[in-house]
Ligand binder design. Structure first.
Ligand SMILES: NC(=O)c1ccc[n+]([C@@H]2O[C@H](COP(=O)([O-])OP(=O)(O)OC[C@H]3O[C@@H](n4cnc5c(N)ncnc54)[C@H](O)[C@@H]3O)[C@@H](O)[C@H]2O)c1
Length: 463
């Protein structure tokens, strides 16, 4: 490993537009972010908005062209405005390569994808590739912060990669990201905590300076070793996934024995030791994080000879919930699926995102298509992504009522706000058969049976 000779600060005051949010005692930090997905782009825009000087690079040429035009390549509320402001202020640029100025970055962030491999482990090859890029270009001592969610030991492996042949000392740190799609900017700007997994005090000092503008109201930094930091991210996601799976299993029991999952949620969640969050039963968790992180953590634990029974069960319960919800929806068609028209409201894995990775809508829609149903989908942001990603023969509708016209079954799979209070009398006249399946339990408070609908939720009393 290189000895740290000098950590001379790159003072940017005086360069165009770099001062915002900083004063002479906390000069802007020159940052390069590798990866412009949900995590990388939010971090790049967020740090630039906090006054730092940021270049965000990606290997996806088309994506970079979009970004250069000021377009956000995915849906994330508020991101375009913050990004545009930073671009106009000269604090944020994009490229497919690290530009000459940013080869002297003080901090590099790796925010590339870590998708699941067939055996459930995390594919960290993009992280290693990004580390090699940094090693080749870095011209000044820097911290390499890994924001991607990576198995324990990845920071050590990346340290070994950058130590081999870099011209300057590079200190690898684990800085896991806890943002949620849909509220990513707010989560980034006001995080519950900032975890710094570091192997030395210099890296900690640089990172504390970097995060200073995001800590004006209170100190949120937790410093720990790199392995604990890497594991913290998986532990948090697995804990949240376990809560969801626990409630989902209970919802199935509720359906079987006639209890109401809403009542259970309120009863359990009002206990201050438990708290009300992440206790909603539904179609099972999806997205690009929980499913893969649960399986990657379980995989690493098995490899270490310490299988995590609770985590494994959370993953299995989620699979079971997806199947349960699919079959419960299909059951409303009375065994005759071919030729039926089914409207699906919402295909994003959750509201306020266009992300359809591991969306719970997929198993249902795939089954409907395979069994010969005509599927109409409506989603305000994710319909195109869904069709592009899965290539299923569905019809897309901008308007939710048009999607439901002539339907024998309407299924709500994503809890978008505009779907929470539909015009039920209108739906009743538009649909061919008045079957509603509410996989998010957003309509349980309406007395739908009295309006002539057959209504099923998940773990709630049916009408
Ligand atoms: N999406 C979330 O909500 C979220 C939240 C917390 C943590 N994470 C973690 O953060 C990481 C990134 O997630 P994401 O959702 O932003 O991923 P993403 O798939 O949306 O984006 C990754 C981007 O990295 C680019 N890339 C790949 N290799 C590269 C390289 N060598 N150099 C530069 N760019 C490269 C890809 O082209 C892509 O644009 C993952 O490990 C994920 O688990 C995601």
């Amino acid at each position: 490993m290189h000895e740290l000779v000098s950590w001379g600060r790159v003072r940017l005051l005086g360069e165009a537009g770099v001062q915002a949010g900083n004063d002479a005692t906390t000069p802007a930090v020159k940052i390069t972010v590798l990866g412009s997905g949900y995590v990388g782009l939010v971090a790049a825009a967020g740090f630039a908005d906090a006054g730092h000087q940021v270049q965000c690079i990606d290997i996806d040429v088309a994506r970079v062209e979009k970004l250069r035009r000021g377009e956000v390549p995915f849906f994330e509320p508020g991101l375009r405005e913050v990004m545009s402001r930073a671009i106009r202020g000269g604090r944020l640029t994009f490229g497919t390569e690290i530009n000459a100025g940013h080869r002297a970055s003080e901090v590099y962030f790796i925010a590339v994808g870590t998708p699941p491999l067939a055996d459930g482990s995390a594919d960290v090859s993009a992280v290693y590739a990004a580390a090699k890029t940094i090693r080749e270009v870095a011209e000044a001592p820097a911290v390499v912060g890994i924001k991607s969610t990576v198995p324990v030991g990845t920071c050590d492996a990346v340290q070994a990669i950058v130590d081999e042949g870099a011209r300057v000392p590079l200190r690898v740190a684990s800085i896991p990201e806890f943002l949620k799609e849909g509220t990513a900017l707010a989560d980034f700007m006001k995080p519950d905590r900032i975890i710094l997994g570091v192997a030395d005090g210099e890296a900690e000092r640089v990172l504390r300076d970097l995060y200073r503008p995001l800590q004006l109201s209170s100190e949120r930094i937790l410093v720990m070793d790199r392995c604990s930091s890497e594991l913290s991210k998986y532990a948090a996601n697995a804990m949240l996934a376990s809560r969801i799976s626990f409630m989902n299993e209970l919802s199935r029991l509720c359906d079987a024995i006639g209890a109401d999952i809403h009542a259970i949620r309120r009863a359990v969640g009002s206990d201050r030791r438990i708290g009300p969050q992440f206790l909603y039963a539904g179609p099972g968790f999806g997205g690009s994080c929980f499913p893969k992180d649960v399986s990657a953590l379980a995989y690493q634990a098995r490899q270490a000879g310490v299988p995590l029974e609770v985590v494994e069960a959370a993953g299995r319960a989620n699979e079971a919930q997806r199947v349960y919800v699919r079959d419960r929806a299909l059951s409303m068609l009375g065994g005759e699926v071919a030729g039926k028209v089914v409207a699906v409201w919402g295909v994003a894995f959750k509201a306020e995102t266009d992300d359809v990775r591991e969306t719970p809508a997929l198993p249902l829609i795939r089954a409907l298509v395979e069994k010969g149903a005509e599927v109409h989908i409506h989603d305000p942001e994710a319909a195109d992504n869904f069709v592009r990603s899965y290539g299923l023969p569905v019809r897309c509708f901008e308007n939710e009522y048009e999607a439901a016209t002539g339907a024998d079954l309407l299924v709500v799979m994503t809890e978008w706000r505009h779907l929470r209070n539909p015009d039920f009398p209108r739906l009743r006249t538009l649909m061919r058969t008045p079957n509603l399946f509410d996989a998010r339990n957003i309509w349980t408070t309406f007395e739908l049976g009295k309006s002539g609908f057959r209504y099923l939720g998940v773990g709630t009393r049916s009408t």
